[in-house]
Design a protein around this ligand. Sequence first.
Ligand code: MG
Length: 449
Amino acid sequence: MGLFGTNGVRGIANDYITPELAVDIAKSLGTYLNNSGKVIIGRDTRISGNMLKHAAISGALSSGLSVIDVDMVPTPSIQYYIRNYKADAGIIITASHNPREYNGIKLIDGDGTEFSREGEQKVENTYYTKQYVSAGWENTGNLQSDYNVNDHYVHGIIESIDAEKIRNQNFKVVVDTGCGAGSLTLPFLLRKLGCEVITINAQIDGTFPWRNPEPTPGVLKELSEIIRLSRADIGVAQDGDADRAVFIDENGNFVDEEVLLSLMAKNILSQRKGPVVTPVSSSQRMADIAKEAGVELIWTAVGSINVARKMMETNAVFGGEGNGGLIFPEHQYCRDGAMSCAKLLEIMASGASLSWLAEGVPVYYNSKTKVPCKNLEHTMECIKNKVHEDYTGVQIDTIDGVKVWFDDGWVLVRPSGTEPIIRIFAESKTMSRAESLMKDGVGWVKDCK
Ligand code: MG
């Protein structure tokens, strides 16, 4: 089994994610960097974070790297620092949206983007073969700290948007950072943007006492209620490491993340034309919006690193995933929750409410399910052949799984990266058609497995 999943190494802290693992991964990274260079190390608010951060620092120093410890930071904040500082790499101790008992280790490239799959593979090989190269005693690394990283990040966002336009509106915003790393940046950013800020769960607490770090509609009921009672303009909630943000409109209604992605694309394209990038799992809404704006839409494999790299390659004006992970190239090439919030306020500052913006994107219905499957590779190969035989003259994408486009909707059949299951997603203009497309997808899996 691979060490790195879609978002780094994850597991239960002090069980699978141990100090020994953190030391060894840091030493593998040091070996990958030829035992020299500068690495930035930080963590989210999880209570096991300090233990793992110190272990990672120790491993990096042992392999001869210089380390800057930035301690508690949102993931996009450390990414911004790594890029601007021209470091060689970064290590962030985070399990993003996973429950409190989890933690994880994520590697960042010197340009601030997530580590490439090839880079991870090399680090992983060193880790499994234990072929670390340690530095001689005279070359063990130097440790410094910098605790101004979050201020630097907030300042960077303000520089990337029309702050004055937002300040003129005196927005009222209710913020739920879920006791995660966003508590250190988002409320401060919003106050600097002239907003009246009401916070809930904005105290740092790695036990996440009130809600799970995953900002789903079910755990954001209080946020909705406070928006209505306080007559706020919007509500914003973040996941544990604050690279994602989700929003609730002025009526207390959760804005679906696919709708958020589309409304952002639509409004950015009204100001600036250029390619937009999104994974194959995203909504048809993105295709409609790109077509209307007369720009190219580029579909990628699932995973924010694929979106970010493709955006860099094509000089895209915007990109993102349908889970609240949005990427704004004017700031940096990574998912950025606080930047999403600032950008949304900038769009709203033209006089639009969030509910109105959400109503402005095309309506689609989705259906999804999963089917257990032991032989993922064989089954996917069979499905690929089957749909090519059964549907001639129909567009079929195999960038990631198998996606079949019909005139009135699409089906995507994708193997899970972590479990023996195949996921089926479908979308159409009506719910009944979305459901029947989803059933077609289930049928292909059953015929093939
Ligand atoms: Mg996250």
